[in-house]
Design a protein around this ligand. Sequence first.
Ligand code: FE2
Length: 284
Amino acid sequence: MIEIVDIRYCRLGTADLDSTVAFATNLIGLEEVDRADGQVYLRGDHRDHNICYFEGDPNDHTFGLEVETLDALDAAATTLQAAGIDMRRGSDAEAVARRVMGFINFKDPTGNSVDLVVRPFHSGRRYFPSRDAGITEFSHIGIKTDDAARDEKFWSGLFNIRANDRIGDAALMSFDKVHHRIALFPTDHAGIQHINFQVESIDDIMRSHYFLTERQVQIRFGPGRHPTSGAMFLYYEGPDGMTYEYSSGVRNVDADWRPRQLPFKDESFCMWGARPNIPEFSDN
Ligand SMILES: [Fe+2]
């Protein structure tokens, strides 16, 4: 069993690096940390970075999950190989670019690219936002799947990852107490489906709703509240068609939590009645 201890980053190709970074800083409220070799690092919390954008194919997505030690990374490589999963060890130069002490990369059965990283960099300085969106942390991602049942089995079979609720086949999964860290959304190809930042309160969500709407940012869903996690949310469209989310109030689950099955309907995504304009969330 591969023990994941944290979710660290997304690496995203973009067609226009400068305008994507401008969106991330001026609208999402991330801090630009560094630029090196055509890559720009941004964050919304104590980590070195949460997103690294690079000039490239906007469909080129990778996310990073953390294991605790170098030994755990070696054991993970062995586990993946034994399961017949192609994996490769990252080079020193690639580890430098990811700001980690080591990593391996593999693809899940749908083809999502995953870095398993060890000892990722922490920042020695507090997060200093470029706009006060109220962000407290990078918290979860949605990933696309072309077979949700198969991919849930992959994640829960090889990793300490389990579903805490399901909406249709969409599994809301976690490796720690937070209700979900990775959510699977059925479609027909690989990719990161949305990127979530927690914000401090409903006031931040509503402030951002007006702020983004005034600036003609496409709101995709919300403001609303998920009946599964209990989080209040706002989803909006960023560069290259990526969906970003602010949410607040995600529940923690304990060992007694039993996953619930909800139907794949709009009401299962929002208990207030908001209608999603996100293909993977919509039943019509
Ligand atoms: Fe989310």
